[in-house]
Unconditional design. Structure first.
Length: 219
C-alpha cells in the first residue's frame, strides 16, 4: 500500500491536541489530589487498631483495584443517574479516577508507613505530641518522602489513564486525536502526534519528580 505521510493536516489543528493534553493533565492533578487524601485516610485505617476501619479500608481496596477503570467510569456516569445521583462528565471521571488512584495509593502509603522507624514515632510521643499530632507532624512527612518514587509512578499512570475519559466524550488528548483522525483520515500522523505528546508529558513529569526526590533525601 502506498501511503505518503502528510503532517500538515496535523499541524493545522495541533492546538486541539494541545488543548486535549492540558485537559488530561488538569483532570489527573485533580484526581491525584483527591486520591492522595483518600489513600492517606485508607492507609491509616488499614493499620488502625479498630477492626471496622481495617475492614472498610480492605474492602475499598479490594473492590476498586479489581474493577477496570473503564467499567468504573461507565458505572458512575451511566448507572448513578438511575439511582438519582447525577454528575457532569468531568465530575464523574475525576471522581472515578480519584477513587481508582486512592485504592492504589493506599498500598503505597501503607508501605511508606511501615517503613517509618519506630524511633521516630517514639520521639514524637516523647515530646508530648498526641497520637494524631504524631501522625500528622512526624509520621506523615517521613512516609510521604519514602513513598515519593511510588507516588510519582502512580501519577504517571493516572495521567495515562486519563485517556479513558474519551469514552464519555471528554475532550482530552485521545478524544481530540480520534476526532482529528476521523476528520482527516491521517491515521499514522494523528496517533504518532498523540503518542509523542503523551511521551513528552510523561518525561517532563518523571524529570520533575526525580528533581523533587533529590531535593528531599530519603529518611
Amino acid at each position: 500500500m502506498d501511503y505518503t505521510l502528510q503532517f500538515g493536516f496535523i499541524w493545522a489543528r495541533f492546538d486541539d491536541l494541545l488543548s486535549g493534553l492540558w485537559v488530561g493533565l488538569a483532570m489527573s492533578v485533580a484526581a491525584l489530589a483527591i486520591g492522595t487524601a483518600l489513600g492517606l485516610l485508607s492507609a491509616f485505617a488499614s493499620l488502625s487498631r479498630i477492626r471496622l476501619l481495617r475492614w472498610i479500608s480492605g474492602t475499598y481496596v479490594l473492590l476498586i483495584r479489581n474493577t477496570p477503570l473503564l467499567v468504573l467510569v461507565l458505572l458512575v456516569y451511566f448507572a448513578l443517574p438511575q439511582a438519582g445521583i447525577r454528575l457532569g462528565k468531568f465530575e464523574s471521571f475525576i471522581g472515578s479516577l480519584a477513587a481508582y488512584a486512592g485504592a492504589y495509593l493506599t498500598e503505597v502509603f501503607r508501605g511508606g508507613l511501615l517503613s517509618v522507624p519506630k524511633g521516630v514515632v517514639e520521639a514524637g510521643r516523647a515530646i508530648g505530641l498526641t497520637r494524631l499530632q504524631t501522625n500528622i507532624y512526624v509520621v506523615a512527612p517521613v512516609m510521604l518522602r519514602n513513598a515519593l518514587p511510588s507516588l510519582g509512578n502512580t501519577f504517571i499512570g493516572i495521567f495515562k489513564d486519563s485517556s479513558i475519559a474519551a469514552a464519555i466524550a471528554i475532550p482530552e488528548l485521545t478524544f481530540e486525536a480520534r476526532k482529528l483522525n476521523v476528520d482527516t483520515f491521517r491515521v499514522i500522523e494523528t496517533w504518532s502526534a498523540a503518542s509523542g505528546l503523551y511521551i513528552l508529558a510523561c518525561l517532563v513529569i518523571a524529570t520533575a519528580l526525580r528533581l523533587l526526590e533529590r531535593r528531599f533525601p530519603k529518611f
